[in-house]
Design a protein around this ligand. Sequence first.
Ligand SMILES: C[S@@+](CC[C@H](N)C(=O)[O-])C[C@H]1O[C@@H](n2cnc3c(N)ncnc32)[C@H](O)[C@@H]1O
Length: 237
Amino acid sequence: MTVSVRVMRHDPLPEGDEKFREVERMFDRVAPDYDRMNRLISLGLDRGWRRHTVGELGLGTGARVLDLACGTGDLCDELASFEHVPVGIDYSAGMLASAHTRAPLVRGDAAQLPFRDHAFDGVICGFALRNFVELTRVFGEIARVLRPGGRFVALDAAVPTNPLLRAGNAIWFRGAVPLLGRLLARDGDAYSYLPRSTAYLPPAAVLADALEEAGFVETRHHTLTGGSVLVVSGTRA
Ligand SMILES: C[S@@+](CC[C@H](N)C(=O)[O-])C[C@H]1O[C@@H](n2cnc3c(N)ncnc32)[C@H](O)[C@@H]1O
């Protein structure tokens, strides 16, 4: 327990290869409790956020959509409910083993996608941007596998700018969530890392610029639920 507290409070966030391996190990570990904890942490709001994010793709029936870093497949299921054709990819064997979706799932790295150029009409990514080691490489891969005119939408955690909401967000995510993680998922480290990892995410405007550099146009961003969630999107030129 002492070690957990030390790691939670003081260790700097990992970078490079260390981050790649630690994030994979962490998701392998939390996978069996992931869905239950997700509902709890988001107070059940994540379903609405996912629906909103799929809607932002603006794609029609039968669109082939890659769920990047799909985890247990919640976004795949949401895509299917919009009559899109989802394919999921994730590098955590544990998350894929705990997946509940009927969509085809592939194990692989977001920075080296095992798909041909222009294979998809859309790419969607939920709560994973901050976990990638090299965002620009991942954006390059997303641009490569999208057809011209294809859509990319990402959903991720954010920190509200309103001071009151920011304080509430900090109490919940930095106080209650690690405690719940320790009690319910027996993994306080992981549920302390998850809120801390929002620090990896560049500001929305920087993300939009990076998307434009990767070959996207009409980039947009907005927040939901008082700024606690960010939605970023772009269209493949
Ligand atoms: C917070 S979970 C999100 C899962 C799912 N997208 C959702 O909305 O619930 C982050 C996921 O990103 C995956 N991930 C992190 N880095 C990755 C990478 N380089 N390539 C593929 N998946 C990765 C993790 O294994 C984990 O399943």
